[in-house]
Design a protein around this ligand. Structure first.
Ligand SMILES: [Fe+2]
Ligand SMILES: [Fe+2]
Length: 198
């Protein structure tokens, strides 16, 4: 079944998010949608695409790890050693594959949802918007969220670079493995964008 991004589909996925996620997570998802739509207007991205990415990105974020691994297996997803150690990292890929299999979602929206945990080189615009909105939405209170949001309004690339930096530094501080795609995206971005300090 193939379905274009539509208001109806967004409403359907919104109900799925509400049923699968905790109330706090659902509030985060709605916050991501709000900021992603705002940024999509600023950067001439399709607002429905931004909205669907936001609504779908964390539908499996509260799913228990055994079920995430079973779903990954069902979708023939190749699970890396880092993901096997922390299966929660699979929630973006599994959500994207669900959207593809159930609703025929492909292209930039698929890529954005699939890569939102790690980032990737040459991420489409809507993917950068999703990652920035994911970290900068209003219900996020950690140090850095406000800066991500503020910079995003004037310079999306700079804010995206900042998101990659924060993801890597959190992994280092908590002695967790850094997803290799995040490092590759950082190395690619740093070529053209100035480093953002604390
Ligand atoms: Fe997520
Ligand atoms: Fe999220």
């Amino acid at each position: 079944m193939s379905e274009a991004v539509s208001v109806d589909l967004i409403a359907r996925i919104r109900e799925i998010a509400r049923s699968l996620c905790t109330p706090e997570r659902y509030e985060h998802i709605i916050g991501v949608e709000r900021l992603a739509v705002e940024l999509s207007r600023l950067y001439s991205e399709n607002t429905l695409s931004a909205s669907l990415c936001a609504i779908a990105h964390d539908i499996y974020r509260d799913t228990e790890v055994g079920e995430l691994l079973r779903m990954a297996n069902r979708y023939h997803l190749e699970v890396s050693d880092v993901e096997l150690k922390r299966p929660v990292l699979l929630h973006g890929k599994v959500a994207a594959l669900y959207m593809k299999h159930e609703y025929g979602i492909e292209g930039d929206v698929f890529e954005a949802i699939y890569w939102h945990v790690s980032g990737r080189t040459n991420l489409p615009l809507v993917g950068k918007i999703l990652m920035v909105a994911d970290m900068g939405e209003e219900s996020r209170f950690f140090p850095g969220a406000n800066e991500v949001r503020k910079i995003a309004i004037t310079d999306l690339e700079k804010s995206f670079l900042n998101v990659l930096r924060l993801k890597m530094s959190w992994s280092i501080e908590s002695r967790q493995a850094i997803l290799p795609e995040t490092v590759l995206a950082w190395n690619d971005c740093i070529g053209g964008v100035r480093y953002v300090s604390d």
